[in-house]
Design a protein around this ligand. Structure first.
Ligand SMILES: *[C@@H]1O[C@H](CO)[C@@H](O)[C@H](O)[C@H]1NC(C)=O
Ligand SMILES: *[C@@H]1O[C@H](CO)[C@@H](O)[C@H](O)[C@H]1NC(C)=O
Ligand SMILES: *[C@@H]1O[C@H](CO)[C@@H](O)[C@H](O)[C@H]1NC(C)=O
Ligand SMILES: *[C@@H]1O[C@H](CO)[C@@H](O)[C@H](O)[C@H]1NC(C)=O
Ligand SMILES: *[C@@H]1O[C@H](CO)[C@@H](O)[C@H](O)[C@H]1NC(C)=O
Ligand SMILES: [Zn+2]
Length: 953
């Protein structure tokens, strides 16, 4: 799966709140985006037939038995499913039957199979001698989502049995299992489609099945649908039969699938259009979407990038793509960013459609990275699947790594490995630096626990650890091991130790195992995967040598570490890469630090007048701190000629210095000293790190006497960047465009009149268009800055103009830019009305409600209104946004800037008033803890920053 509609660090920081972004990103990564029930308006149509889940005989209480375990027993192993689905988009209902052939693995007297929210009308058991018997005493274990079918006899190990089930289910707009989505056709009337999202535990909501990743089987699917629509599934259609069994209906018979888990199944019935091509290796590749979107050309980029990356990945893995086709479909309502269903990848529209005339470079990057991410899964995840969800990170970490480096191969000018440092490494350093983080390999059982780990740790930390491994093994060796792994475990499942094993085999082939601590990959990687967090490596000159030590990095040194799994003592096997001066920047010296090294001496270097840098190119998952003398040398070197350092290392120095200033490992004045050179910095990656770091100061100082001077200092750092790029066309140079967007976003946001006037001028030009919905002269990359500043400094009519465009637009990427702009208003009454609109599903798609509110909270004029809104509408929010995780994220956004005793009291009162806040309880507790830390940070740093600014302005 791909993370949901994550705000880019840059675009959200544009509005000034880094911490909100981190928390939002973590939350959105949870894959639960929009999982809140998302009811669609159904103008005048009959209500959905909501079928209650009923059992033939559900015993209360349940008798004790194997169904008490939330995990399936290993008694019956499915080999083949024949699945028939009739999908009725007029009555919002689906019905069907499934015929499963199963091998008896250990004897049992019942079949335990997943089923959720389905009404079961008939169950038939086929004995090993093929005799059939209708079963009437089946029952449901609702909590564990089991259908229990007594077999009336003990099953014999090694024999094949059959289970046939007929079922009916409601086609609801709940974004889970087989569900309903809709959009407005050109005539304004609603068009409906049925689509799926099975991962992790919702295939059982579409049909009864053994819904765990290790229960792989072949599936032969048949879909009955109204003629004139298209039916899609994992495999191509073998034959269509029209007017059978009913006139006006078509029955599409799909080819049988390869062996695969249930969570990768997908079905779509829609009226979409598509474009297609055949790849060099003969795979039919299609991109589907609303006909209007396809006709406008918005699918062309995805088809091109899909073609190039699919072919590249076959070569990279050295394993042929095993299916004859790959369909990629953009659906209007989708919970995550995209889902890698084998042969039928489903995306939200913003992750697949890119219209070069209206969409920004950041939209293009998103389409490329998500397409590559999903295609990477076709092998890593689909061909070889994690044995259980506790190893989700194997799938997602790898896909995150490939999303970055694979995109870098097909779009080399984007320098994706550089962008990885700010997009992933530094982003996940934030949540993983907290006392309540969790190890990347984490025991999970219940569906709620499984959903929880679709987070930044599984994705971005997973990707960062793989990046580190690729570096210490070498790319060729890594690839060799990977190919061994994929071939050995194809169509089967893997535990992380399997990957370590085959990578070690790869290392042996290249004679590299001898250089590894313990001679294998597992020894090293266990320290990174079985305990949470990461180390800070300290490098201190000591006479003629550099002494190196490591300790667990924590933003809050008083934090209580809640890791209940790890017992490795928070010491890591860290591959050190270093250079003294520029001597080894391109070919770093290397040395392993082991958990047993209390103090290590760096080999091959002795302190002299040159600076030293460790972790060249930020390829490893640790921070590095230095003695004050070395920080001083680094600062001077940056001021003299910052280009002697790699861009990634400039980004690393800034991010590390500010993080150490928060953890108490470094004086804030040293971090501020590192920002001086920024007046000469023109590159995006270091700037993105700087903007992220300074966002915390911005939010903290916003209401302090220090803010005026801080803002002026910040403006002087940005000025050169702004003057350099201005509003000039940067062609197709992604990194220049991102640097430019950072420049104008910051400069306007910090209040430079020249910048704001230009934004207003461009906005007014748009406003004067006769047909603004079809003619927008604003360059797509500038839109968020222009919309935000026009609404911020404009009149109510400017807000209204943007709101009308939002209502008229059918482009999801455009809508999200407009929604961001609307949140920038400064009038309390306008913002209050806007907040109400966010919660009205007739005005804002329910999948976008939470971001709509969060955009207001990122605006310093909206922050306290947002907090009032959350408190006043608590009950409403609980029902409208459904799941508590949404509320957790709102709480986090609303309170991230809290840093006063008064705000702390408000939070404590709120917590006392809502002791039953469910999983939001944790978010409230975290908010209280964070507020305490912020108060302490202010006490420690406010005066120091004030004095530093006095001396440095
Ligand atoms: C089945 O019907 C669809 C939709 O009309 C069509 O595109 C497809 O080519 C047909 N497939 C076969 C194998 O007849
Ligand atoms: C099931 O899938 C495997 C590949 O995983 C394939 O070799 C086999 O032919 C398939 N069986 C059927 C009945 O399609
Ligand atoms: C850590 O736990 C101790 C003892 O339970 C408590 O006194 C302290 O406040 C906790 N620290 C934080 C930051 O919550
Ligand atoms: C940080 O440095 C400043 C200026 O040198 C000094 O006034 C302040 O006390 C230092 N803060 C800490 C926590 O050491
Ligand atoms: C705003 O920015 C422009 C362009 O960099 C600069 O010339 C001008 O002096 C700035 N305005 C103020 C008030 O600093
Ligand atoms: Zn994924």
């Amino acid at each position: 799966m791909e993370k949901g509609c994550v705000l880019s660090k840059a675009s959200a920081v544009l509005l000034g709140v880094f911490f909100v972004v981190v928390v939002v990103a973590v939350g959105l990564l949870a894959g639960l985006v929009g999982r809140e029930t998302c009811e669609v308006e159904r103008d005048g149509e009959a209500d959905a037939v909501v079928v209650p889940t009923t059992g033939a005989a559900t015993p209360t209480p349940y008798p004790p038995g194997p169904w008490d375990n939330v995990r399936l027993p290993l008694t019956l192993l499915p080999e083949h499913y024949d699945l028939y689905l009739k999908i009725d988009l007029e009555n919002f209902v689906f019905s069907g039957n499934v015929d499963i052939r199963m091998l008896c693995n250990t004897s049992a007297t019942e079949i335990i199979i997943h089923s959720n929210k389905l009404n079961i009308s008939k169950v038939r058991f086929t004995d090993s001698d093929n005799t059939q018997r209708d079963v009437t005493d089946f029952w449901f274990h609702t909590e564990n989502q089991f259908l229990v079918v007594p077999t009336g006899k003990a099953l014999t190990v090694g024999q094949m049995y059959g289970l046939y089930v007929e079922f009916v289910g409601p086609l609801m707009d709940d974004l889970a299992g087989l569900y309903l989505s809709q959009y407005a056709g050109p005539d304004g009337n609603p068009r409906y489609l049925a689509t799926t999202q099975m991962q992790p535990t919702d295939a059982r909501k579409a049909f009864p099945c053994f819904d765990e990743p290790a229960f792989k089987a072949n599936f032969t699917t048949t879909i009955q649908h109204k003629s004139g629509l298209s039916a899609l599934s994992n495999m191509p259609i073998d034959r269509n039969i029209t007017n059978t069994p009913e006139a006006g209906w078509t029955t599409a018979h799909f080819q049988p699938t390869v062996r695969m888990p249930t969570y990768l199944l997908a079905f779509i019935v829609c009226d979409f259009g598509y474009i297609e091509l055949t790849t060099a290796n003969g795979v039919t590749l299609r991109v589907w979407g609303r006909k209007e979107a396809i006709d406008s050309g918005a699918a062309a980029y995805a088809l091109d990038i899909g073609n190039r990356s699919l072919t590249y990945l076959e070569d990279y893995y050295d394993v042929t793509y095993p299916l004859p086709k790959s369909d990629m479909v953009a659906v209007p309502d989708f919970s995550a960013g995209a889902m890698e269903n084998w042969g039928l990848i489903i995306y939200r529209e913003t992750a697949l459609l890119y219209d070069p005339t209206t969409d920004a470079q950041s939209n293009k990057k998103r389409v490329a990275t998500v397409v590559v991410h999903e295609l990477a899964h076709q092998w890593f995840g689909n061909l070889v699947t994690n044995l259980w969800w506790d190893d989700l990170w194997l799938n997602e970490g790898f896909a995150t790594y490939v999303e970055s480096f694979g995109t870098g191969v097909v779009e080399p000018t984007w320098l994706m490995k550089d962008q990885f440092v700010v997009d992933d490494l530094q982003s996940v350093f934030q949540p993983d630096g907290l006392g309540n983080s969790h190890p990347i390999y984490v025991p999970v059982n219940h569906p709620d626990e499984i959903s929880e780990i679709f987070d930044a740790i599984s994705y971005a930390k997973g990707g960062s650890l793989i990046y580190m491994m690729v570096d210490f093994l070498g790319e060729d060796t890594f690839r060799k091991g990977l190919t061994l792994y994929l071939n050995a475990l194809a169509y089967s499942n893997a535990f992380h130790d399997d990957l370590w094993h085959y990578l070690t085999e790869g290392a042996k082939l290249d004679g590299k195992d001898v250089g590894l601590p313990g001679g294998n990959v597992k020894t090293v990687m266990d320290t990174w995967t079985l305990q949470m967090g990461y180390p800070v490596i300290s490098v201190v000159a000591n006479g003629n040598q550099y002494d190196v030590t490591q300790k667990h990095f924590l933003f809050d040194y008083t934090a209580n570490v809640t890791d209940k799994y790890g017992d490795l003592g928070y010491k890591w096997y860290a591959p050190l890469t270093y250079s003294q001066g520029t001597a080894n920047l391109d070919n770093p010296l290397t040395q392993w630090m082991t958990p047993d090294d209390d103090t290590l001496t760096l080999q091959g270097v002795t302190p002299n007048t040159d600076w030293i840098v460790v972790n060249i190119d930020q390829k490893n998952y640790y921070r590095v701190n230095y003695d004050s003398d070395n920080w001083d040398k680094l600062k001077t070197a940056l001021m003299t000629d910052h280009t002697v350092f790699k861009k990634t290392d400039r980004a690393g120095l800034i991010d590390n210095a500010f993080s150490f200033a928060r953890s108490g490992d470094l004086n804030i004045t040293v971090a501020l000293d590192m920002t001086k050179y920024l007046e000469n910095e023109l590159d995006y990656v270091p700037w993105d790190a700087a903007v992220g770091s300074l966002a915390y100061l911005t939010v903290m100082l916003e209401r302090s006497k220090v803010y005026g001077m801080f803002k002026d200092y910040y403006l002087t750092r940005v000025q050169n960047l702004y003057d350099n790029y201005g509003w000039a066309d940067q062609g197709d140079n992604q990194l220049n465009i991102f640097a430019q967007v950072t420049a104008i976003g910051r400069y306007c946001r910090l209040g430079n009149e020249t910048c704001i006037d230009e934004a207003k001028r461009q906005f007014n030009q748009w406003k004067s268009e006769a047909d603004p919905d079809n003619n927008n002269p604003i360059k797509a990359d500038f839109k968020t800055t222009v919309y935000c500043n026009a609404v911020r400094y404009g009149k109510v009519e400017d807000y209204d103009f943007v709101w009308d465009r939002y209502r008229m637009s059918t482009n999801a990427a455009e809508q999200s830019k407009l929604l961001l702009g609307l949140g920038c208003n400064r009038e309390p009454w306008v913002l209050s009305r806007h907040l109400d609109r966010c919660l009205n599903s007739k005005e804002v798609r329910r999948q976008d409600a939470r971001t709509c509110i969060q955009y207001v909270m990122q605006n310093e004029y909206g922050r306290s209104l947002g907090w009032d809104f959350v408190r006043a509408k608590w009950t409403d929010l609980q029902t409208t946004l459904g799941g508590f995780s949404s509320l957790s994220r709102l709480i986090a956004s609303a309170t991230d800037a809290f840093n006063t005793e008064f705000q702390l009291q408000e939070l404590i009162e709120f917590a006392e008033k809502h002791p039953d806040a469910g999983s939001a309880t944790r978010a409230i507790e975290q908010a209280i803890e964070r507020t305490k830390t912020n108060i302490r940070w202010m006490n420690d740093n406010e005066e120091v920053i004030y004095n530093w600014l006095l001396q440095n302005m």
